[in-house]
Write a new protein. Structure first.
Length: 322
């Protein structure tokens, strides 16, 4: 890390040799991998998982009169408090827990190593519009469903999915949608998913009924063996598609259930309630809902704040005043 970069942990500002030359801040994608018959793999992406942030440096006496021990004890007290703190350098801005702190007392200096577990990445993205909203998520899963269904070859599922697709397309926006609107999509979604689960059970029975690889048995006519082999291959291909559909529909159901149905909390680093309401509800006037839920009168957000995000309501009576 460049020497001029400011590194802060909570209200502690690292100086000189306390600042490391580099800090890793990588992450990995959590994957749920299912290995099926014939080497087919069904992989579901579960989201990014940040790795711990680790670095090391050397505490030295400061021009302001602090000793190396004073500096080390300041970090130690933060560990003892066991509270979330901010970690920032350059444009990186994170909410973390201090996972471990290992100082090594030596005469006039204290080398140290520190590790932090990331709670949330609060770094402002370059393009705020890139973050998907409820419409993006629901429409994205619907498109994925429509792409997979034709390959299943089931007329009942195709009909149910068409009904679901029409229900989704009839909604102007899912952001802040009411209960009746959500129900109008959940009903055909549940019907389509029920058919998917039924097909999964039937296909699984076909695959489990095969006594040998490919279902080929000695003394059985070749044509019958070929038919069994084709059935198994087709069953594996169909099962892959069905598992994908079940994943897409399950995720859509969860997302629909979370829209305007429960109170959530979100941690933000500054900004204002207008932008937050526009992002959460698709309606900047929703800032009143957020303000009331958090006993605020000023839409400006100062510093790190954890805010309650209530269900959206068009009722803006009793507007707050500063």
């Amino acid at each position: 890390m460049a020497s001029q970069t400011v590194l802060t942990l909570g209200d502690f500002v690292f100086q000189d040799l306390e600042v490391p030359e580099s800090i890793g801040f990588g992450l990995e994608q959590r994957l749920a991998v299912k290995k099926l018959v014939g080497g087919v793999r069904d992989i579901q992406a579960l989201g990014p998982d940040p790795r711990p942030i680790d670095w090391s440096g050397i505490f030295l006496p400061t021009p302001e009169g602090e000793s190396a021990l004073d500096r080390a004890e300041a970090i130690k007290s933060m560990v003892i408090q066991a509270q979330p703190v901010t970690l920032s350098w350059d444009r990186i801005y994170l909410m973390v827990y201090i996972r471990s702190f290992d100082p090594d007392y030596r005469f006039a200096r204290i080398p140290y190593r520190i590790s932090c577990e990331v709670i949330q990445d609060l770094t402002t993205p370059d393009d705020l519009s890139a973050e998907p909203d409820a419409d993006d998520l629901i429409d994205g899963d619907m498109n994925s469903i429509n792409n997979v269904v034709p390959g299943i070859g089931d007329s009942t599922l195709s009909s149910l999915t068409a009904t679901l697709s029409n229900a989704v397309s009839s909604v102007k926006t899912f952001v802040g949608a009411g209960v009746s609107t959500i129900s109008s999509v959940l009903q055909p979604l549940n019907a389509a998913r029920s058919q998917v689960l039924s097909l999964i059970g039937a296909t699984d029975s076909v695959l489990n009924s095969v006594a040998t690889v490919g279902g080929i048995l000695p003394g059985v006519p070749i044509a019958q063996n070929i038919f069994k082999l084709e059935s198994q291959v087709n069953g594996v291909a169909r099962m892959t598609g069905l598992l994908q559909l079940n994943g897409y529909m399950g995720r859509m159901s969860i997302n629909l259930g979370q829209i305007n149905s429960s109170v959530r909390t979100i941690t933000v680093g500054g900004g204002n309630l207008y932008d937050l309401a526009a992002k959460e509800y698709g309606n900047a006037m929703g800032w009143v809902n957020i303000a009331k839920a958090n006993n605020l009168t000023d839409p400006t957000i100062t510093g790190i704040s954890t805010l309650v995000i209530p269900p959206f309501s068009n009722d803006s009576s009793g507007l707050l005043t500063a």
